[in-house]
Design a protein around this ligand. Sequence first.
Ligand code: SF4
Length: 340
Amino acid sequence: MTRVGIPRALLFYYYYPMWKAFFTEIGVEIVVSPPTNKRILEEGLKAALDEACLPVKLYFGHVLALVGKVDYLFVPRIISAEQKAYICPKFMGLPDMLRARLRDLPPIIDIPLDLRRPENTLDDFLKEVGHVFTRDRYLIKRAIEAAHRADQRFQELLVKGYLVPEVIEDLQGSGSSRKGVAQNWRPLKIGLLGHPYNIYDPFISMDLIGKLHRMAADVITGDNLPSAVIDEQTRFLPKRLFWSLSRKLVGAALKFFESENLDGVIYLTSFACGPESLVSELVTRWAKKNSSLPFMLLTVDEHTGEAGMVTRLEAFIEMIRWRKRNEDHLSAYGKLVHRY
Ligand code: SF4
């Protein structure tokens, strides 16, 4: 059976359920690179260009982990994932960066996904991918339908409160997403902001979600909010954010900051990200000016030590607990919070 390699990095965390359903229906075996580990990161750091952001460097490591094990690498050239918006240009250049820096790669399936204009559809993209393996139109049609069903199910589970890794683990048979619905028993609730490939990769995030759970805090991310909520929150921004990931992040931040059910917000960002240098500043200013919730910005790079992160996290959670006990009427930034 033909084997297609999918790196466990970047938009894997959004598209895997759809890709898995599609390729499985086509009759292709999917090989996903292993969860990030020290070796994968180090290989990526060595292979990628110095100027790249941490998630792109890591992507190189995941590609290298698949070389020699697959017949194709699936690295779609993602230009835009929705109308009137772009994904960061790094996604567009990924196939070229890989070819320029790595030798002896299997053939790369780098079909462009560009949904900026209504005449370009996801179905057209999937049809083109299907044609790499078969000319059977009915098989491709069935695979496209399976992909849509899987994506719809994925979105429904997220809105119900499952976290992305739980759904993916479930699909891979390595866990049970049923754990996700049990999220409401812990005494604290934290809104977690960040790009999916940072917050959901336990190595890069140093298992931030697991640590919060062990500190008795439930976690909600922007992916648990329906897209209508993100649209509503970002509608009144003075200027439309045309980067999809940034728009989602800002929409989630605005929703979290006005929430009465959250105890704090953490924003995890990674080093050398162009869009986040702007967005993290915007979100931090918003948190200070318009929200009474405790807010913490964590930036990780390839040298970040776990001890420092644990210390900051423990202090943050302890401060929230203390505040809940003693100063629930005060804003984290010194303003009086009116509760009627
Ligand atoms: S959005 Fe930032 S972190 Fe993501 S690929 Fe682009 S530069 Fe890298």
